[in-house]
Design a protein around this ligand. Sequence first.
Ligand code: N01
Length: 532
Amino acid sequence: MEQQDVVIVGAGFAGMYMLHRLRGSGWRARIIEAGGGVGGTWYWNRYPGARCDVESMSYSYSFSEELQQEWTWPHRYATQPDILRYANHVADRFDLRKDITFDTRVISAIFDDRDGHWVVGTDTKGGIRARYVIMATGCLSVPKIPDLPGLQEFRGRLLHTANWPGEGVDFSGLSVGIVGTGSSAIQSIPIIAEQAHHLTVFQRTANFCIPAWNAPLAPEAEVERKRNYGALRQKSRNSYAGDYADEYYVSILGLTLEEREAQFEARWREGGFNFQYAFADLMESAEANELAAEFVRKKIRATVRDPRVAELLCPKGHPLGTKRLCVDTNYYETFNRDNVSLVDIKNDPIVAMTPGSLRTRSADHPIDVLVLATGFDAMTGALTRIDIRGRDGATLKEQWCQGAEAYLGVAIAGFPNMFVVTGPGSPSVLANMVLACEQHVEWITDLLDHARSKGIERIEANPQAQKEWARQVTQSAARTLYPKADSWYLGANVPGKPRVFMPYVEGFNVYTGICQKIAAKGYEGFHLTGAQ
Ligand code: N01
């Protein structure tokens, strides 16, 4: 059986850097990757319009000064093909491919309690033994297929945004239906609408969108940022969201009406996520949040010509930001096109799929192609679908059946020598994911190096420390408005999934500080033991 020091599952941004970092520390490591190439989420999510919604000069690796200086991002927010090109460049530049097994899915990971090793099983080759397993499986990597009545009857083309054909899809002359209005739909709808004969959007919950104002990156801006890259990265690491955008923390309720409108307008003009992160009370006060929400609704009403459609697009029933904010380009404008219609499936639910249509209670909508933009089994799905068995043979799926708990979002009691990059209980999806991955990768590598230097062979989260961390994660979220929406942050989008708020909301900076303190105290909250 192949033997490694470390098996890494997944060759996305987390897995690639994990491999590079471990190699640098003298560990023998191999990545097992289900896809045919590197890039993780950016390998699979090739739907039209896919691009990042954190600025690319920020949403990119910071670990190599040479890399960040030599790479040029053409736009403020890079497209999926550009991000995938970047991931491939990184793989080549750091010679990662020779230690990556592609087109191979990890199906099991079984801990051998006798000698403290893992045996990792795959669908194409024999097992691999390793002392450590690192799950770099991504927070949003298991697409959710909704249980639409009669879906198997549909004879047209069925697509999911998160599993898009590499060769693309030509929608010319076709009637297209799209289910879902989250970030993936919001990015793809304007592009599909330009091509399709007709596009019908089936909306269950309207979402808040802030404009991206995407544009080519001005060469002077790039030069300036590159000159200050070190300082910008430092600023990002010390920030709530892991980004270098200014965080103003103005209190909405402390402003006069005129000041408030001016602030909202300024953030709207700036575009992107800072509309949410710029205000101190936006995620804490329902009253403050409603003022911001109404500002966005006014923008929607001013953009969409048909007042009935505009009203349907106005989000109601959940505070702004409690479902992940969407960052759009021409989303609302698209509903002014003659070839686009909006169907409110909350009040007019889908009752059947037929061979050539999607039928709601009140009408039959002929479609040739159905696009599911229905999201993911987030943060835990990629882990629970692997048969992971820890000490005493307990499965992770069983352990998490009442809700996912992981110490610092990194390690799980009962599963020694296994680590998760950006797992439940870490800031991950509320922060700049690339920097969040880097922070975990570096922290895990330091922990492994520490163990090796002390003759430690088993690292396991202490159950009490894990419970206490989970309590803090839940308590922090409960102080905010976040739990007020049926969001994927809570697992609410997957029928039967326990409702536990998974991301850590206190901020990337606060979290990083806690991790540093824990390491400085000799990895408090972990059992570290030598050879048994
Ligand atoms: O998925 P979502 P996504 N019947 O879960 C609807 C990241 N991302 O792929 O809200 C009818 O947000 C569902 O309706 P409802 C980002 O973190 C980033 O768009 O449950 N509708 C919702 O409208 C994002 O948050 C980028 O009522 C059903 C939609 O489908 C995350 O990925 C780009 C349904 C799902 O929205 C997920 O985004 C894209 C059903 N049975 C994604 N089931 C960037 O820009 C679900 N829906 C970086």
